[in-house]
Design a protein around this ligand. Structure first.
Ligand code: PEP
Ligand code: MG
Length: 579
């Protein structure tokens, strides 16, 4: 069979080479629904038995997910359980049964009608809810049809190829046999991408749907989670090249891991702090980050706590969620980024008005300032979780102006005062910083610097806003390349403005975890790099390979180039893995 190549969004790093397992939903090919028995009471009882059985399964899934990937990811199953308890949905089905429908037909119609309604709203979040609803719907339907919800699952090591993977499907997969993921739907922040990263498996999402047909009969495929390349039925030559690449990556990982615990110091003695980007995985995630060599948490994406649920977390729940990070990090820095909701991270229960351009809308600090009660609850929780602990830092996302920082700090001061008045213990000596991810903030870094203790450059957003290219868009997304000289020049400007005013600068966007970019960031004077924990060993190794003066010369050189391609080519030509 001829080799076929596809390109998608690189959602989780590493290379996988394995047979394709085409994942199909069992609900797709089910036999037509049996006719109603004509006995209404019996059908009603069947409905309730099926709902109960599904409830039990979902509870088991919740437990499994919590153990494997963490509390926050598991929350999705609470959402599933809520659909089962939705009185409107149940009532609709019961009424249809009383009209003579079978429980199965009535259930399917009601679920489909509601899912279609959610989809018609044309909003990514409601569309995601529709996926969840169909997921639950299929589970109940399987019980009503008298079948267990048996998914066809791989029985040998495989790459999972699917149009879309719901969270429950992902959890039910035998993880020990999964080598990687390739999906048609999805962005870097989709369920499957987050789970793949949590499991340390390569994933490419947003791949052309033709991959499904191509993979159907393929004996072998390759998923390159570093570049977004997917190759179906590779030729011997391609295969050999990728096997070498896979082996090199594994070797590099092992070697880098061996010295991951040591600090990242250049051969001429310049140290860079290395943090982990975390969020959602709690204590286990923080412990894993330490094992990868994290020296702290450079970015805690607290918005994960607000997702996949029906109401915002209250103060106590937030304290319980934040405290383990501080406990595990034991005095090392933990940067709590206040909830960055909006953009592609919508939260249905907040009832945010639909926006034509959510990335340019009510997002991050803008939303927090518009919902002060929710914002203050979060600030209280962070401060209280940090009582008696060191290392607590607070950072505001999506800042575009000085007024926003002042307003956010005023809330923080008010919260601190209230805690004092209430006699509640809370963190002292908290550094306050802002993310630099909007071009206006980068350009005005000199004006922002006197307001804060540190900056952390969010290169993911800074690139998409600088290059006007939606980072989640399957086609234009790759244009938002953080190695674009326009972005690098902004970083330089930020570092200079900050250092002139005694403010330290980190980079917590994906660029911070890309060893190719390490010498440039080092050369630009960045003080801290924060990244997905598995990237830490390789980045530390790259720091150790570049004397500061050489890194500075390289940075000056690439800043003068005209395009991201040129920068990339130049950096690939001089890459040092330092192993
Ligand atoms: C960024 O924008 O670079 C960043 C780190 O924040 P997020 O990816 O969560 O938007
Ligand atoms: Mg961002």
């Amino acid at each position: 069979m001829a080799e076929r190549r596809f390109h998608g969004i690189a959602a989780s790093g590493g290379v996988a080479i394995a047979p394709a397992f085409l994942f199909t939903d069992p609900a797709d090919g089910e036999a037509p629904s049996p006719a109603a028995t004509g006995r209404v009471e019996e059908e009603l009882a069947r409905l309730h038995r099926a709902l109960e059985a599904a409830r039990t399964e979902i509870q088991a899934l919740y437990d499994a997910a919590r153990e494997r990937v963490g509390e926050q990811e598991a929350e999705i199953f609470h959402v599933h359980a809520m659909f089962l308890d939705d009185p409107t949905l149940t009532k609709q089905v019961e009424e249809a049964i009383r009209r003579g429908e079978s429980a199965l037909a009535a259930w399917r119609q009601a679920v489909e009608a509601q899912a279609a309604m959610l989809e018609a709203l044309n909003d990514p979040v409601f569309s995601a809810r529709a996926v969840d609803l169909r997921d639950v719907g299929a589970r109940v339907a399987a019980h009503l049809a008298g079948k267990a919800h048996a998914l066809a699952l791989p029985s040998q090591p495989s790459i999972i190829v699917a149009r879309e993977l719901t969270p429950s499907q992902t959890i039910m997969l035998p993880h020990e046999l999964v080598r990687g993921f390739c999906t048609v739907q999805g962005s870097k922040t989709s369920h499957v991408a987050i789970l793949a990263r949590g499991l340390g498996l390569p994933a490419v999402v947003g791949v052309d749907a033709a991959v499904l047909d191509a993979a159907r009969d393929a004996a072998l495929m390759i998923v390159d989670g570093e570049t977004g390349e997917v190759i179906v039925s590779p030729t011997e030559e391609t295969l050999a090249a990728y096997r070498a690449r896979e082996a090199a990556l594994a070797r590099a990982r092992t070697q880098a891991q061996a010295s991951a615990a040591a600090p990242a110091i250049t051969p001429d003695g310049h140290r860079v702090e290395i943090g982990a980007n975390l969020g959602g995985g709690g204590r286990a995630e923080a412990e894993q980050a330490l094992a990868f060599g994290a020296e702290g948490v450079g970015l805690l994406r607290t918005e994960f706590l607000y997702m996949e649920r029906t109401a915002p977390p209250d103060e106590e729940e937030q304290i319980a969620a934040y405290a383990p990070y501080l406990e595990v990090m034991a005095g090392r820095p933990v940067i709590f980024r206040t909830a960055d909701i909006g953009g592609d991270k919508d939260i249905p229960y907040l009832n945010l008005p639909a926006e034509a351009n959510p990335f340019l809308g009510q997002r991050g600090i803008r939303l927090s300032l518009a919902r002060p009660a929710m914002f203050r609850t979060q600030l209280r929780a962070v401060l209280r979780a940090g009582a008696g602990k060191r290392g607590v830092k607070i950072m505001f996302p999506m800042v575009a102006s000085v007024e926003e920082v002042r307003a956010a700090k005023a809330h923080l001061a008010a919260v601190r005062q209230a805690l004092e008045a209430e006699g509640l213990p809370h963190a002292q000596d908290v550094e306050v910083g802002v993310m630099i991810e909007v071009p206006s903030a980068a350009i005005l870094a000199d004006a922002l610097a006197p307001e804060v203790d540190f900056f952390s450059i969010g290169t993911n957003d800074l690139s998409q806003y600088t290059l006007a290219a939606d980072r989640t868009h399957p086609e234009v997304g790759p244009m938002a390349d953080a190695l674009h000289p326009a972005v690098l020049r902004l970083i330089k400007q930020v570092v200079e403005a900050a250092h002139a005013r005694g403010v330290w600068v980190g980079v917590c966007g994906e660029l911070g975890g890309d060893p190719l970019a390490t010498p440039v960031l080092l050369g630009l004077g960045v003080d801290e790099l924060s990244m997905a924990a598995p990237s830490i060993p390789a980045v530390k190794a790259a720091v150790r390979a570049w004397p500061l003066a050489e890194a500075q010369a390289l940075a000056a050189e690439v800043l003068a180039l005209a395009s991201a391609e040129e920068v990339r080519a130049r950096l690939e030509g001089v890459e040092r893995k330092g192993l």
